[in-house]
Structures are given as structure tokens and as C-alpha cells.
Ligand binder design. Structure first.
Ligand SMILES: Cc1cc2nc3c(=O)[nH]c(=O)nc-3n(C[C@H](O)[C@H](O)[C@H](O)COP(=O)(O)OP(=O)(O)OC[C@H]3O[C@@H](n4cnc5c(N)ncnc54)[C@H](O)[C@@H]3O)c2cc1C
Length: 407
């Protein structure tokens, strides 16, 4: 059922070769260039070199489902590729122009952008010349319920004027970030899910201020997770994506594929952590025997294999359903993998850290940074609890269709 097409197999082989020949050898160069710069948001030359090489090899925009912009792979075909990229998450997704949040933003601009938006922003995003950010979450309200957001988008003649504060706007500190997709409220008197709109806002518009980068467990990620203020930011009415009141609908459309990409990359990270765990357990000896001979360590290795394979199968099922019945009908499966994949990967990385001893929590191995990144995926794109709520609701209504519905 999940057999790969010939086309997908070709891309997989080419991507594996690119990883071995270019990406893994570049990891040490990347670390050295970042350390030498002393700037957490530096754009190291090695990343641009990898982008050139990936483009040359035809490994570009692999995520894009529309054939005019990329190879036109299905979610099921893209899944194993995203998993491979997840093994080197700082480098491979950006090298192939498959990084979040640009992938989601490119899909939004493809589906809902005007020809002008597409010319000005989508084209350079597809070419990897610029990057973008998505600003929905706000510090002042519980943003896992998107109907709470407060940023105002007030009509003034032919313009909208934006006022509000966002945070966790990932990518806003990337050196190439030029544009934000912003969610706010255009009409607070409309029905709950029709109050929100989305607009395309150039990051250098007067009144947009990137206040700070938020650290994750002390790490300042290169792309940055920014707190951004909007003070009387004036944009023309053509900044609107789709129509007034369509913001909630766009956010739902945007998050389906983005969630599945995160899950696939998490599985790749878990596979790499398992490799590291095994290598370490086989190469270190305590009390006269390799650590790998201990029953509890073998139990961790076996449990990790079982859990990774279960998470992968669930992810492939979600991808298959997205391709065959659509994102909306697959929403329960998408919610399920959004919970399952990061949690499984976190468990595997935690075991790998333990097997590495003190080294595991240091920066000499990629495990600590993997853990920090994966832990954020239990929050980003919606916390576990919100996805479990949706799954439980679906299960409860399966037995009683009126469960929880207001009379
Ligand atoms: C590294 C990182 C990157 C991010 N990138 C972006 C980005 O690019 N753009 C963007 O807009 N946002 C981004 N986010 C924000 C992320 O999407 C939000 O943090 C998330 O949606 C939760 O919103 P909140 O932080 O306001 O938490 P709140 O809504 O305040 O929720 C807090 C907690 O309450 C609990 N909770 C909430 N609802 C329920 C429920 N129904 N049942 C039980 N418990 C519940 C959960 O445990 C939840 O974690 C990012 C976050 C992180 C950490």
C-alpha cells in the first residue's frame, strides 16, 4: 500500500547521495562558520553552497504538490524524503528549499495569493532568494485557540492599519526574511470564525519592529523566533489574502501539510538518534562488557525501533489519506501523528542522551539540540492537548453523534 513510485524512488536515491556527499560533510563546516561569526542569526556561506548544489541536482522544492512549482510529489511520495532531510535538520531542509515556515507560506501564496503576491513574494521564495515568516501567535492571549487573537486590522480608505503584538514568529530573524503573513481581526462583530483575515506584510514596512529573538532552552535558533510589534502599520487593501474573514479558513488549509512535514522530519531525527545510541553503546565498555550487552540498553534499542516504525506507519497512513480523501477528511489522522511523532522522537532522543552519559547533554553531539527542537513540536502548530481534544471528540461522536454539541 505504501510502496514508493519509481519517481519517488529516484528522488530518494538522489537525496540519499546528496546527504552522503554534501550535507553530512557540511555539518562540521556549518558549526565552524557559525562559531566564527559569533552571530546566532548569521547566514553561513556553506548553506548557500548547499542550495546551489541541491538546485543543480534537481533536489529543489520537493515539498511543493503543484507540478508547475516543484516535482509535484504526493504527500506519500514526499514523506520518505522529508524523513531523510530530518536527519540533518539544520541543513537539509534549507538546502532543498523545504523549510518551515516557508513551505506553508508558499502553499498559502499559491492557493490564495493574487498574481501580484505571487510575482513579488512567491517567485523569490520558490527560487530560495528570500525567506518568510508566519505571525499568528500572540503573547497576550491563549493562541492555541486561534479565535482569541487580537491584532487589529482596521480599514482606513484604501488601506488597512495594523496594531498588535505577536511572538514566536519563526524565521523573522533569518537574514533573508523579507515578508510576513500576518493573521489579525478585521471585524470583531462577525461570527467567531469570520472575524479573522490574513495579510501579506513586507517586514520593512514602517511600524513593524522585531523586538527580540526568543530562546528555546537557551538556544537562539538561527532563523529566530521573534517577538514582533505592529504599530500603525499601513498596508494597501491588496495585502489581503483571499477575502476579509477568510483568515481562519486559510490557517486550517495551511497547517495540514506543514504538520505532516514536521512529523516526517521528527522520524528522521529519531532514526539518527537511534544510530548514535547504537554506535555509542557498542563502542563504550563498563564493568568488562560493552554497554550494548546490557539488557536494559537492548530494551531501549528495541523499544525505539518498534516506536519509530509505528510512528512512521501512522504518518504514511495520514499522508496516504491526505492524497486520497483530502486534508479535511484526514484531519483526525493528521492530529494523531502531530501528537505521536514528536513524542516518539523525544523518547528515542532521551534514551540516546542517557546512553551517551554526560556527552549526551553537551554540544559535542547533536542530541541536546535535537531534544530542544523536538520538544517545541509538542507546542508549535498546536499543543498536544488540542490535537487530542479533536481526536477524542471524533471518537466520542462516533458512538454518539450529538456528543458535546450545544442544544
Ligand atoms: C519553537 C516554536 C516555534 C513557533 N513558531 C510559530 C510561528 O512561526 N508562528 C506562530 O504564529 N506561532 C508559532 N509558535 C507558537 C505555537 O503555535 C503556540 O505556542 C501554540 O499554538 C500554543 O499557543 P500558546 O503558546 O498561546 O499556548 P496557550 O494557548 O496559552 O496554551 C497553553 C497550554 O494550555 C493547554 N491547553 C490549551 N488548550 C487546551 C485544551 N483544549 N485542553 C487541554 N489543555 C489545553 C496546553 O497544554 C497548552 O500547551 C511557535 C512555538 C514554538 C515553541
Amino acid at each position: 500500500m505504501f510502496e514508493l513510485s519509481e519517481k519517488a524512488l529516484r528522488y530518494r536515491d538522489d537525496l540519499l547521495a546528496f546527504m552522503d556527499e554534501q550535507v553530512y560533510p557540511a555539518e562540521a563546516v556549518y558549526e565552524a562558520q557559525m562559531a566564527e561569526s559569533g552571530d546566532p542569526h548569521f547566514q553561513p556561506p556553506i548553506v548557500e553552497e548547499l542550495k546551489t548544489e541541491a538546485k543543480k541536482r534537481g533536489l529543489w522544492n520537493l515539498f511543493h504538490p503543484h507540478p508547475q512549482w516543484g516535482p509535484g510529489l504526493t504527500n506519500l511520495e514526499y514523506a520518505p524524503l522529508a524523513e531523510i532531510m530530518g536527519r540533518s535538520a539544520h541543513l537539509a531542509p534549507e538546502a532543498t528549499n523545504c523549510s518551515a515556515p516557508d513551505t506553508g507560506n508558499m502553499e498559502v501564496l499559491t492557493l490564495f495569493g493574487t498574481p501580484e503576491h505571487q510575482q513579488q513574494w512567491l517567485r523569490p521564495l520558490l527560487d530560495g532568494e528570500i525567506r518568510s515568516a508566519f505571525a499568528m501567535t500572540e503573547p497576550a492571549v491563549a493562541s492555541s485557540d486561534a479565535t482569541n487573537i487580537q491584532l487589529r486590522m482596521d480599514r482606513d480608505g484604501d488601506d488597512y492599519v495594523l496594531n498588535g503584538r505577536k511572538w514566536w514568529t519563526s524565521n523573522a530573524l533569518h537574514r533573508n526574511c523579507k515578508v510576513l503573513i500576518v493573521m489579525g481581526k478585521t471585524d470583531t462583530t462577525a461570527p467567531t470564525h469570520r472575524q479573522q483575515s490574513m495579510m501579506v506584510v513586507p517586514i520593512d514596512t514602517p511600524g513593524v519592529t522585531v523586538q527580540r529573538g526568543l530562546p528555546v532552552f537557551g538556544y537562539q535558533d538561527r532563523e529566530g523566533h521573534a517577538e514582533v510589534t505592529f504599530e500603525n502599520v499601513r498596508v494597501p487593501k491588496t495585502a489581503l489574502l483571499a477575502g476579509e474573514g477568510d483568515g481562519f479558513m486559510i490557517s486550517q488549509a495551511r497547517l495540514g501539510p506543514g504538520r505532516i512535514h514536521h512529523c516526517m522530519r521528527s522520524i528522521g531525527m529519531a532514526e539518527r538518534a537511534l544510530d548514535l545510541m547504537i554506535d555509542r553503546a557498542q563502542s563504550r565498555t563498563t564493568f568488562g562488557e560493552p554497554v550494548a550487552n546490557r539488557a536494559n540498553i537492548q530494551d531501549w534499542i528495541a523499544e525505539s525501533r518498534i516506536e519509530i516504525d509505528m510512528a512512521r506507519l501512522l504518518t504514511l497512513k495520514a499522508a496516504y489519506l491526505m492524497d486520497t480523501v483530502g486534508n479535511k477528511a484526514a484531519r483526525t489522522e493528521i492530529a494523531a501523528i502531530k501528537v505521536a511523532a514528536p513524542n516518539v522522537a523525544l523518547k528515542v532522543v532521551d534514551r540516546a542522551i542517557q546512553v551517551h552519559g554526560g556527552g549526551g547533554v553537551s554540544d559535542d553531539f547533536p542530541l541536546a539540540s535535537m531534544y530542544a527542537h523536538l520538544r517545541t513540536l509538542r507546542l508549535a502548530d498546536g499543543p498536544d492537548e488540542v490535537h487530542k481534544r479533536s481526536i477524542a471528540q471524533w471518537e466520542l461522536r462516533r458512538r454518539d453523534p450529538n456528543w458535546g454539541k450545544k442544544a
